[in-house]
Every structure is written in C-alpha cells, then in structure tokens.
Design a protein around this ligand. Structure first.
Ligand SMILES: [Zn+2]
Length: 227
C-alpha cells in the first residue's frame, strides 16, 4: 500500500497541475494540526549515485514540519495554513505550497526556513489560533455549566413559588415563631418545604447556593407580592 502510493508519487511529484494545497488530503488541517507520519522507511529519490529520503527524526526537531506520503514531499504546516506573506526564497515557497523534497538539503533548508521572518509570523498566527480554540472550549464549558445551573435554579424556584402560592391562597401564615434549624416547628412555609423534600428527589439532591435559598423571610415577602 505504502510502496504503491510512493511509486505513484515518484512519477507525478507535486506537479499534478492543481497547485492547490487544499487537495493534499494527507496533510493536516487547522483542526487536526500537522500530519507527521512516522514510517520506518520513506520513498527514496536518487541524488547522483546516492539514495536520499525523508527522515522521521526531522519531526522531532521541527514541530511545524509535515510530510505527505502521496506526494513524497515535505511542507511547513504553519506557513501553508497561517502564512500571510508571499515567501521570497524558493524553499520557503515550496514548503508552503508545492512541497519541498530536496532531501539532501532538507535539514539545512528547514533550519533556514525556521529562522525566516515569514515563518515566524505564521507561527504567531498559528499560536493565536490555538489559543482562540482553547478559550472557545472553556467558554463553551462555562456556558454548559451555566445552563445546567439555571435549569436547576428554575426547578427549585418552581417549588418555592408553588408552596408560597398555596399558603397565600389558603390564607395560612407563612412564618413560625422560631425558624432556626433546631426548632421543632419552623413555621408553615419551611415545614411544607421539608415535607416536600421528603418525597421529592430533586429537593433531596439540590444544594441551593447559600446566598439564594429563597427561604428567608425577605425572600418570602418578595415572593408573596409576586404570587
Ligand atoms: Zn514556515
């Protein structure tokens, strides 16, 4: 499989006429990051009498480096997807568009490319993109957390309003003389809430934030006006 596609790439190289990096589907996208296939052997090319090929150890030195097996070419992920400037040097242009495959000169070329202003600028854009993605995830998680909290709070309030409304409708006093936790009779409102909790799994599990239990006399007065 690998040998077959490598043979094809030997013949066609990067000159398929498209010249469009979007068609190189064995390369990374903004979402996936660089594609760095680590193979024991890469297709070799004759350079004079010598056989040269891509080396997987180069991935260890350059995290932006990509390799396309179908084209037997290397690319700079960062410049290809985040580059803004038109690269002047030929190797820089190849790394960001057509693909670079002069394996004999690869290591030096990668080092030079890494030091270029165009590459550094694209790295910055790539880093900013990754930061945006991470922040986006956090914001999404916070929103999900907020939605869950709001839903729970609403459920809790439905019960408070129902009890308040019942007491008001029946003309029953809300408060007791002694509403502390140790009191045997905390008044009608709190006692009914306690009774409800005995049968209501939601109330049994729900921990109202201490600053908004809606159980204080002040909250009840506000609720009575609303109900
Ligand atoms: Zn680059």
């Amino acid at each position: 499989m690998r040998a077959e596609s490598a043979d094809q790439s030997e013949g066609s190289g990067s000159a398929d006429g498209s010249g469009r990096t979007e068609n190189q589907n064995d390369l990374g996208t903004r979402e996936t990051g660089p594609k760095q296939p680590r193979l024991d052997q890469y297709p070799s090319t004759s350079v004079g009498k010598q056989q040269r090929s891509f080396q997987k150890k180069w991935f260890d030195s350059f995290d932006w480096l990509e390799y396309s097996l179908s084209r037997n070419s290397s690319y700079c992920f960062s410049c290809k997807l985040f580059g803004k400037h038109n690269p002047r040097a030929n190797k820089d242009a190849l790394l960001s568009t057509e693909g670079f495959k002069n394996w004999k000169r690869a290591l030096d070329s990668y080092r030079e490319h890494e030091a270029s202003a165009a590459h550094k600028s694209s790295l910055l854009a790539w880093k900013q993109y990754r930061t945006t993605l991470t922040e986006g995830d956090v914001v999404d998680q916070m929103n999900v957390g907020n939605v869950a909290q709001i839903t729970e709070r609403r459920e809790y309030l439905r019960r408070i309003v129902a009890v308040t409304s019942l007491l008001g409708k029946q003309g029953i006093a809300f408060r007791g003389h002694e509403e502390t936790d140790s009191s045997l009779n905390q008044g009608n409102f709190l006692e009914i809430m306690k009774l409800l909790e005995t049968f209501d799994p939601f109330l049994q599990n729900y921990q109202a934030p201490s600053h908004s239990t809606y159980l204080s006399p002040g909250s009840q007065n506000g609720m009575i006006v609303l109900c």
